[in-house]
Design a protein around this ligand. Structure first.
Ligand SMILES: *[C@@H]1O[C@H](CO)[C@@H](O)[C@H](O)[C@H]1NC(C)=O
Ligand SMILES: *[C@@H]1O[C@H](CO)[C@@H](O)[C@H](O)[C@H]1NC(C)=O
Ligand SMILES: *[C@@H]1O[C@H](CO)[C@@H](O)[C@H](O)[C@H]1NC(C)=O
Ligand SMILES: *[C@@H]1O[C@H](CO)[C@@H](O)[C@H](O)[C@H]1NC(C)=O
Ligand SMILES: *[C@@H]1O[C@H](CO)[C@@H](O)[C@H](O)[C@H]1NC(C)=O
Ligand SMILES: *[C@@H]1O[C@H](CO)[C@@H](O)[C@H](O)[C@H]1NC(C)=O
Ligand SMILES: *[C@@H]1O[C@H](CO)[C@@H](O)[C@H](O)[C@H]1NC(C)=O
Ligand SMILES: *[C@@H]1O[C@H](CO)[C@@H](O)[C@H](O)[C@H]1NC(C)=O
Ligand SMILES: *[C@@H]1O[C@H](CO)[C@@H](O)[C@H](O)[C@H]1NC(C)=O
Ligand SMILES: *[C@@H]1O[C@H](CO)[C@@H](O)[C@H](O)[C@H]1NC(C)=O
Ligand SMILES: CC(=O)N[C@H]1CO[C@H](CO)[C@@H](O)[C@@H]1O
Length: 374
């Protein structure tokens, strides 16, 4: 029954055997400048507005509809398109933890970080970063899951970036039975930026509804990166107005900063045992989807985020791979339809593929091979 002003960040420190219960409403400062000044001050800001570490920690919200909301007042930030000194939300770097029934309302940017967490289950949480205006809720990622033995299930995530993103260190991660709307996909990456080595293994996304997302399954690694992403599965994915159901980029670079850097195949983040299984639903047939999306929604980011070659694509599965790829298969994805009934297209460079990806690897119509039905 109380609304609290969380006017400064809370660093809970390292906790042992603690339950944090959020029963009332929590409010970030409403003044943008106030927050920016705090975020810029490393004495008081650890990188997150709420910072929790330790062992045996439960973070639990309120199930009453009117209470337990953490209000970031993000709308004004999105409207001003101000990306200077935005605060991250919650870091939960806990071994043996639970995040349950938490509710985030209009986060400024980002949400739950599980980087470095271990044995954590996050369930029945709600994230609503829904813009009331035409401005886009930038970078309001759902869950960042760069930890070990993580289960994220039965969450409702309406946001403006990756619904979930598995970054470096993600090991044994299960993301299942979630509803995702409005964002940029079920993502691995970005891996290997600046030539770094990233490792991701045994990550499964399954039984997820993806509504109005830019991508369904998304893999992104930087050109020149190193490391290995292995044993990754996307399974039973239902698409509703998704633009790119499957989009794999192994040679991403920041096109705003110049041409593709020269690199050799030996320095790509390797991709091994990747399966896309049982995708169905409809995709928006917008050949100019990328252009539509970045203007006017992404004016400041044009040329960086979405101009991944090939830039212009029919709604399709898109594989832009480096030779450092072993066993990548899409099967039972023939349940995907375009909203206008035109045939589904693929874009795939066959010089990068050494095994059958489950469809004829070409820039052209989607034609499943027998492997695509196995
Ligand atoms: C926000 O805070 C700054 C200083 O911290 C102040 O100058 C400004 O007037 C405040 N804005 C509003 C709308 O209150
Ligand atoms: C940072 O915050 C501390 C503690 O409130 C304060 O003493 C210090 O002056 C601040 N630094 C700046 C640069 O504002
Ligand atoms: C965490 O909980 C487990 C199970 O209750 C217990 O065995 C363990 O000692 C606890 N860890 C710490 C650091 O207290
Ligand atoms: C708690 O916050 C939510 C989200 O801002 C709001 O809809 C709700 O009315 C608030 N509850 C109360 C009792 O003020
Ligand atoms: C964003 O905030 C910064 C710092 O307060 C300010 O200098 C800048 O002009 C703002 N940018 C926009 C686009 O509002
Ligand atoms: C892979 O992750 C799942 C959780 O999604 C776990 O149950 C399984 O044991 C892991 N496999 C290995 C080989 O560690
Ligand atoms: C991937 O899975 C295979 C078979 O399940 C296993 O042999 C291999 O060790 C796994 N790779 C990694 C990096 O864990
Ligand atoms: C494919 O996915 C749909 C949607 O999640 C599910 O209903 C169906 O049972 C799945 N098919 C198989 C063979 O698992
Ligand atoms: C890549 O190599 C080519 C040929 O050696 C050279 O012309 C080009 O400038 C290089 N590009 C970059 C970004 O270094
Ligand atoms: C690869 O694609 C090229 C150009 O589309 C085509 O000429 C060639 O036959 C294809 N090779 C294989 C093995 O499918
Ligand atoms: C607080 C939080 O979740 N932050 C993460 C949000 O997602 C981005 C990447 O998409 C991570 O870099 C942040 O750590």
């Amino acid at each position: 029954g109380v609304s609290y002003n969380i006017w400064t960040p809370i660093n809970f420190g390292t906790l042992t055997n603690v339950e944090i219960s959020v029963q009332g409403n929590l409010s970030y400062p409403t003044n943008i400048t106030t927050i920016q000044n705090i975020v810029a001050n490393t004495t008081i800001y650890t990188g997150f507005w709420f910072d929790i570490a330790g062992t045996n920690v439960t973070l639990k919200g309120n199930t009453e509809p009117q209470w337990g909301w953490v209000d970031g007042h993000g709308q004004q930030w999105w409207d001003a398109m101000n990306q200077t000194n935005r605060p991250h939300g919650w870091r939960f770097k806990v071994t043996n933890g639970i995040i349950q029934d938490m509710k985030l309302w209009k986060s400024i940017a980002w949400n739950f970080s599980l980087a470095g967490a271990k044995n954590v289950r996050a369930f029945q949480n709600t994230i609503k970063c829904i813009s009331d205006s035409s401005s886009f809720p930038f970078n309001t990622d759902g869950f960042a899951v760069g930890g070990t033995n993580l289960v994220v299930e039965n969450n409702y995530i309406y946001n403006g970036d990756d619904c979930v993103t598995a970054g470096n260190g993600a090991t044994n991660v299960l993301f299942q039975n979630n509803y995702c709307e409005g964002g940029h996909g079920l993502s691995i990456g970005s891996l290997g930026s600046g030539g770094s080595a990233s490792y991701v293994t045994n990550v499964t996304f399954q039984n997820v509804v993806m509504k109005n997302h830019l991508y369904g399954a998304r893999f992104k690694s930087w050109t020149g990166g190193q490391g290995l992403a292995s044993n990754i599965t996307w399974r039973n994915i239902v698409l509703q107005h998704v633009k790119f159901p499957i989009y794999v980029t192994q040679n991403y670079w920041d096109q705003g900063k110049g041409p593709k850097p020269n690199s050799t195949s030996t320095t790509s983040t390797h991709l091994e045992n990747v399966l896309f299984d049982n995708f169905s639903g409809d995709i928006d047939d917008l050949p100019e989807a990328l252009e539509v999306l970045r203007v006017p929604a992404f004016p400041t980011l044009a040329g960086t985020m979405f101009l991944v070659p090939p830039a212009k694509s029919p709604s399709s599965s898109t594989f832009t791979l480096e030779p450092a790829t072993t066993n990548i298969v899409a099967r039972h994805v023939n349940g995907i339809r375009t909203d206008k009934g035109v045939p589904v297209q693929v874009m795939c460079d066959n010089s990068t593929i050494t095994s059958d990806p489950g469809f004829v690897c070409q820039n052209g119509p989607f034609i499943p091979t027998p492997v695509g039905y196995m």
